[in-house]
Design a protein around this ligand. Structure first.
Ligand SMILES: [Zn+2]
Ligand SMILES: [Zn+2]
Length: 391
């Protein structure tokens, strides 16, 4: 291709960083990304994209047709922030109390908008279509599924899907690409345990829901340790427990919420029964009763092998082959999985940590930040991939 991408991206980098910081100052949580969605839609319209906004409440889609008809590439960026109060001392700190881009989605949007810009500059030099999907609520309850239900994968249907996540597990200058299952499925459980309240000094007149809850919590781990093939990872974590309110009263009821993770889809299907059976047995043995709800969430994210090898070559041209890593799979969830269920593609992890600069805090930490040197790398990888796929 006759496009000097490196030079073009170098020239765009100050604006790319400025855009990321602007977005960082204005975080909005899932399905409340009203300002963000408008901002993204305006940018895309200004670049000549056909824009549809308000998809799945706050999502935005931008379509650009190249010089001639051809294949369609989908590029996805998530746009939501987290309900975390920022503790960084930076001059582009969040201006929304209690809300923060603590996962790097501000960077994903800045990268995607810059790629959108490059592709519009060169519109006559490529063929086919590029479809940008700016998706709300990745952190939950999930915007990918409702966006697909509202038709973002139609007219035209994408032939390939790409996306990336800034990744503070990897140093800046490296790229993680893992073929196959990379992120786990993400399911939710709600458990209510009902006993019979009474005086703390007269337990024999009561059914202690807290005691039953304790047995349930302990026994639940045997799903992982005694029932499931140890080669197949599963996590069952109880995240909240609520019950009781006084020193001397035996609690009538305990409510718990938890998360369940797995990679294997057949195994996943068995988990509601296994978990409920344990709750049922443990509560029955202590004369308590229960309600149980298992809600299937994001599916596992599975990268297409062929697209991964293709992306590895492209990423190696940008960062060098020695800097392409195969990251470990994570039990974290990612709703890019829904797009990759429908369209073969690759979700890559863009190294963004810089220990020397103190930019290595974990995602979702109130002091999370990343090395902005990762941004032009992300732009170059996606722009190269787009121009090659649409050549
Ligand atoms: Zn996150
Ligand atoms: Zn994220």
């Amino acid at each position: 291709m006759g496009i000097d991408l490196k030079r073009e991206i170098k020239e765009l980098t100050p604006e790319l960083i400025e855009l990321r910081r602007y977005l960082h100052r204005h975080p909005e949580p899932g399905f409340h990304e009203v300002w963000t969605g408008q901002m993204v839609a305006e940018e895309l319209r200004g670049l000549g994209y056909e824009v549809k906004s308000g998809i799945a409440k706050t999502g935005v889609m931008g379509l650009l047709r190249g010089g001639k008809p051809g294949k369609t590439l989908l590029l996805r960026a998530d746009i939501d922030a987290l309900t975390i109060g920022e503790k960084n001392e930076i001059d582009y700190c969040s201006e929304q109390p209690g809300v923060m881009h603590a996962c790097g989605h501000d960077g994903h949007m800045a990268i995607a908008l810059t790629v959108a810009r490059i592709l519009s500059h060169h519109q006559s030099e490529w063929v086919g279509n590029v479809k940008f999907v700016f998706q709300p609520a990745e952190e939950g309850p999930g915007g990918a599924k409702p966006m697909i239900e509202e038709g973002v994968l139609k007219d035209p249907k994408p032939d390939r899907a790409l996306g990336l996540h800034l990744w503070n597990v990897l140093p800046v200058g490296t790229v993680g690409i893992r073929p196959g299952p990379t992120f786990a499925c993400l399911d939710a459980i709600d458990i209510t345990i009902r006993g019979k309240g009474g005086h703390g000094a007269a337990p024999h007149q009561t059914v202690d829901s807290i005691d039953a809850a304790a047995q349930v919590i302990n026994a639940l781990q045997t799903v992982v340790s005694r029932e499931v093939d140890p080669i197949k990872p599963v996590v069952v974590s109880i995240g909240t427990i609520e019950g009781g309110h006084a020193y001397n009263i035996i609690a009538n009821e305990v409510k718990m919420k938890g998360t369940v993770r797995a990679f294997d889809l057949d195994l996943r299907k068995t988990l509601p029964e296994r978990i409920e059976r344990i709750i049922k047995g443990a509560t029955a043995s202590l004369r308590a009763e229960y309600d149980f709800e298992y809600r299937f969430g994001y599916p596992p994210l599975v990268n297409n092998e062929g697209v991964c090898s293709w992306m590895k070559e492209i990423a190696a041209e940008v960062v060098g082959e020695e800097n392409i890593k195969i990251p470990d799979p994570t039990m974290g969830g990612e709703d890019m999985a829904y797009f990759l269920q429908e369209v073969p593609g690759c979700y890559l992890l863009l190294g963004s940590a810089n220990e020397k600069k103190g930019l290595n805090k974990p995602h979702h930490n109130p002091e999370f930040n990343f090395d902005e040197a990762a941004l032009p790398i992300g732009v170059e990888i996606l722009a190269r991939a787009a121009l090659r796929f649409l050549s």
